[in-house]
Design a binder for this molecule. Sequence first.
Ligand SMILES: *[C@@H]1O[C@H](CO)[C@@H](O)[C@H](O)[C@H]1NC(C)=O
Ligand SMILES: *[C@@H]1O[C@H](CO)[C@@H](O)[C@H](O)[C@H]1NC(C)=O
Ligand SMILES: *[C@@H]1O[C@H](CO)[C@@H](O)[C@H](O)[C@H]1NC(C)=O
Ligand SMILES: *[C@@H]1O[C@H](CO)[C@@H](O)[C@H](O)[C@H]1NC(C)=O
Ligand SMILES: *[C@@H]1O[C@H](CO)[C@@H](O)[C@H](O)[C@H]1NC(C)=O
Ligand SMILES: *[C@@H]1O[C@H](CO)[C@@H](O)[C@H](O)[C@H]1NC(C)=O
Ligand SMILES: *[C@@H]1O[C@H](CO)[C@@H](O)[C@H](O)[C@H]1NC(C)=O
Ligand SMILES: *[C@@H]1O[C@H](CO)[C@@H](O)[C@H](O)[C@H]1NC(C)=O
Ligand SMILES: *[C@@H]1O[C@H](CO)[C@@H](O)[C@H](O)[C@H]1NC(C)=O
Length: 740
Amino acid sequence: MAYYTIFLTLLCALNFQTIVKSRDNNLDTYIVHVELPSTSTLSSLVDDLQRWYQTFLPSSTLSTSSTEEPRILYAYRNVFPGFAARLSSEQVKEMEQNPSFVSARPQKTLPLHTTHSPNFLGLNQNMGFWRDSNYGRGIIIGFLDTGINPDHPSFDDEGMPPPPARWKGMCQFNSTRCNNKLIGARYFAIGNGTPLDEDGHGTHTASTAAGNFVRGANVFGNANGTAAGIAPLAHIASYKVCDIRCSESDILAAMDAAIDDGVDILSLSLGGPPQDFYDENVAVGAFSAIEKGIFVSTSAGNSGPRPWTVGNGAPWILTVGASTIDRKIRATAVLGNNEEFDGESTFQPADFPSTLLPLVYPRSNSSNSSAEFCLPELLRNVDLQGKIVLCQVGGGIGRIAKGRAVRNAGATAMILINQQPQGYTTVSDSHVLPATHLSYADGLRIKAYLNTTESPMATIQFKGTIIGDDSAPMVTSFSSRGPNWPSPGILKPDIIGPGHNILAAWHISVENNSNTKSNFNIISGTSMSCPHLSGIATLLKNAHPDWSPAAIKSAIMTTADQVNLAGNPIQDETLRPANVFGTGSGHVNIPKATDPGLVYDIDPQDYLPYLCGLNYTDRQVGIIVNRPVRCSEISSITEAELNYPSFSVFLGNQPQTYNRTVTNVGEANSVYSVRITELPGVEIRVEPATLQVSQLNQKLKYQVTFSRLANASSRTSFQGFLTWTSVKYSVRSPIVVFVV
Ligand SMILES: *[C@@H]1O[C@H](CO)[C@@H](O)[C@H](O)[C@H]1NC(C)=O
Ligand SMILES: *[C@@H]1O[C@H](CO)[C@@H](O)[C@H](O)[C@H]1NC(C)=O
Ligand SMILES: *[C@@H]1O[C@H](CO)[C@@H](O)[C@H](O)[C@H]1NC(C)=O
Ligand SMILES: *[C@@H]1O[C@H](CO)[C@@H](O)[C@H](O)[C@H]1NC(C)=O
Ligand SMILES: *[C@@H]1O[C@H](CO)[C@@H](O)[C@H](O)[C@H]1NC(C)=O
Ligand SMILES: *[C@@H]1O[C@H](CO)[C@@H](O)[C@H](O)[C@H]1NC(C)=O
Ligand SMILES: *[C@@H]1O[C@H](CO)[C@@H](O)[C@H](O)[C@H]1NC(C)=O
Ligand SMILES: *[C@@H]1O[C@H](CO)[C@@H](O)[C@H](O)[C@H]1NC(C)=O
Ligand SMILES: *[C@@H]1O[C@H](CO)[C@@H](O)[C@H](O)[C@H]1NC(C)=O
C-alpha cells in the first residue's frame, strides 16, 4: 500500500474496491449485459435499443425498498448490448427472470493511474521520423480522463489542420473553446456538468500525447524548454469519466461514444486491480474498439514492485509500464559530517541558506509506530521549529502532504527517504517547502549518522536541472509487474516508456505556500507513460495507415531496447538488471518501431479460441466479443498459442510447440535467421531456423518447441529472447518459461 503515495495525490488516498453508493443506499449503478431479440443486430436496432433495454427494468411498484425509480443511465450501442442503470439488488434479481438477461454487476470505480521526453525518445524537431510521420497529423486521440483545460497553450491550434471529415464528436464546452487541436470535449455522469478538468491529470496526459509546441515551459524555472506532445499535430478528443476516481459506466459510455465519433487511438491512464477480462470493463469496451481498428493504450498500474500486480492485461490492448528519463532536478542533502546524498525536488528555492540545521527523525515509540511517516496527527505536539525533518515515504500519506505536515509543525525543510521496496526510485515533486527525496540506501546512511551524534545537523543544496543520467531508462519501483494474473500465458506489461518526472500541461495551483500557478507540472506514474505510447501509436498510424492495432503493437514491442544510455542492461529500482515482468519487451524505440521488418499480426476473431482456452463460459466469452459464442464449436488454443510478439510458457515434462506467423512489412526480399538466448533449464528449438521473404505482406510460419532439461527444478522460471535477424532488422520477442 505504502507506495501508492508516489503518484498523484489523487491516486494515493484511494481505495480500489469502493463501490459507488448513491444518496439512496439501496441503489447501485449496475452494468447490465443483455441479449438482443433473436433476429436483430445492434445496428438494425439502434432506434429501438432504448425501448428494448427498458423492458428489462422492473416496475418500481414491486420494489418497495427504494424511493428512487429504476432508470437507465446509459444505453450502450457499440461496446456491447446492454446498459447502465440505477437498481437495487432486489430489482436485479427480478431482471434475472427475463430470458434475454445475461449478467449484471454493480460498477466499481477505478483509480487514475516533459518536455524533455520527446528528445529522450529520439524525436527532434524538423528531423527524422517526427517529420516523416507528420507529427501525427490527421490522427484523432480520444482520452478517457479527468477532462481538459481548453485554454492551456498546449491546446492552441496554431498550425493545426481542421479535423478529418469522419469526425462526428461534440464539444460540450460553452461557446467556442474547442478548436482544431481540441476537437471534442464531452463529460459523463461523474463530470459534474462540465468537460473542464478540475484536477490536472487529464490536461497533463492529453498534452503529453498530443500537446502543441509551447516555448519556455518550466516548473518554478526548472526543466525549462519547449514543451510538446509526442504527436504534436494530432487532434485531441477529451472524454471526462473521472473526478478523482473513474466510473465504469461512464468509461463504457465514453468508449461507446468515441467509437461512433471516429477516434483512431484511445488513451486510458486509469485502471483497477487485475481481474478476469469479462469482469474488466476497460477490456470489454476495448475489444469493440479494436474490432473497429482503434488502437487502445493503457497504463499498467502503480502497484509495483510486487509481482502479479499488472492491470489492463488483455492481449488486445497495449499495457504500458513506467521508466525514468535522463533528467533530474537535483537537490543534495548535506550532513553535519559532510556526507552528501543526491536527491530530487521540483521546488528549488534560490535563496535557501547553506547553513546546517538541526536534523530530527520523528521516531516511533511503544505506543505509536508510525511517526517516521510524518503523519500530521503525530507531529501536532512535536516542536519542529527551524529544523530539518527526516520522513519516510509511505504510511498512507502522500509525499507532498508530508511536507505540508512538517511545515505546519514549524519545520524549515524535509528529507524524504524511501522504504526498501522503493529502492532507488526517487521523484521530483512540487514540494511546499525546501525538500529532497532520497533512496532507501541513502536513508540507511542518514539513520546511521543519527546514531553517531547527539546533535545531528543537515541542509539541502539545490542544484537545478541536470540532463544526461545514463542509468535511464530504469524501471520505476511503482510500475506494476507481471505475471499477468488473468492470463499468465500472456506476458505483461508489453512495454515501458517515460513515466517518471514528466513535465506537461497543468493549470491547477502547484502548491507551495503562495499557491503559485504554474502552466506546467512534473508528475510521475504509469498514467504518464501511457500517453507517451498513445502518441507513439499515433505517429505509427500516420506512417502506416493500413496497420492493424495488433501490428502497431507488435512493431512497438519487437523493436524495444534492452539497454540503458550507458549501454548496460536496463535496471529496476534495485539497480540490478530488470526482469521481463518489469520491462515487458523493453523500452520503446520510436525510430525502430516505424520500420520493424516483421510483425506478429492478430485478427480480432483470433481472440475467440484464446478466450475459450481460458476456460471462460460461453456467456463470459460472449460478454467480451459481443455476440453469442459456443466454445464447444471452436477449437480453443492455449494462451501461448495466440500470435503474440512475446512468449510466456508453462512447461511441465511434455515439450510444448507453438506456431507463430510473421508478416513482412520490411523489404520485399530478405532472409531472417533465428537467434535464441541460452536458457539454463530449457531447450528451445525453432523450425525453420531461417525465414526467406520475397514480397511485402507475405506471411510466414514458424514453430518453436520448448523442452524442459532434466536438471531444471520445478517452480523456477527462466527468461530470454527469441530474435529474427536480417541484414537490416532485428525482431525480438521476450520469453519467460515457468517450469511447473
Ligand atoms: C455555460 O454558460 C452558462 C451561462 O453562462 C453557465 O451557467 C454554465 O455554467 C456554463 N457551462 C460551462 C460548461 O461552462
Ligand atoms: C527559459 O528558456 C527561454 C529560452 O531559452 C528563456 O528565454 C527563458 O528566460 C527561460 N526561462 C526560465 C524561467 O529560465
Ligand atoms: C499511530 O498513530 C496513527 C495516527 O494517530 C494511527 O493511525 C496509528 O494506528 C497508530 N499506530 C499504532 C501502532 O498505534
Ligand atoms: C509516542 O509518540 C506519540 C506521537 O509522537 C506521542 O504523542 C506519545 O506521547 C509518545 N509516547 C511515549 C510513551 O513516548
Ligand atoms: C541506530 O540505533 C538504534 C538504537 O540503538 C538501532 O535500533 C538502529 O538499528 C541503529 N540504526 C542504524 C542504521 O545503525
Ligand atoms: C512558491 O514558489 C514561487 C515560485 O518559485 C516562489 O517565488 C515562492 O517563494 C514560493 N513560496 C514559498 C513559500 O516557498
Ligand atoms: C482449462 O481447462 C483445461 C482442462 O481442465 C486445463 O487443462 C487448462 O489448464 C485450463 N486452462 C486454464 C487457462 O486454466
Ligand atoms: C501448428 O502448425 C502445424 C503445422 O503447420 C499444424 O499441424 C498444427 O495444427 C498447428 N497448431 C495450431 C495450434 O495451430
Ligand atoms: C543444466 O544443464 C545444462 C547443460 O546440459 C547447463 O547448460 C545448464 O546450466 C544446467 N542448468 C541448471 C539450472 O543447472
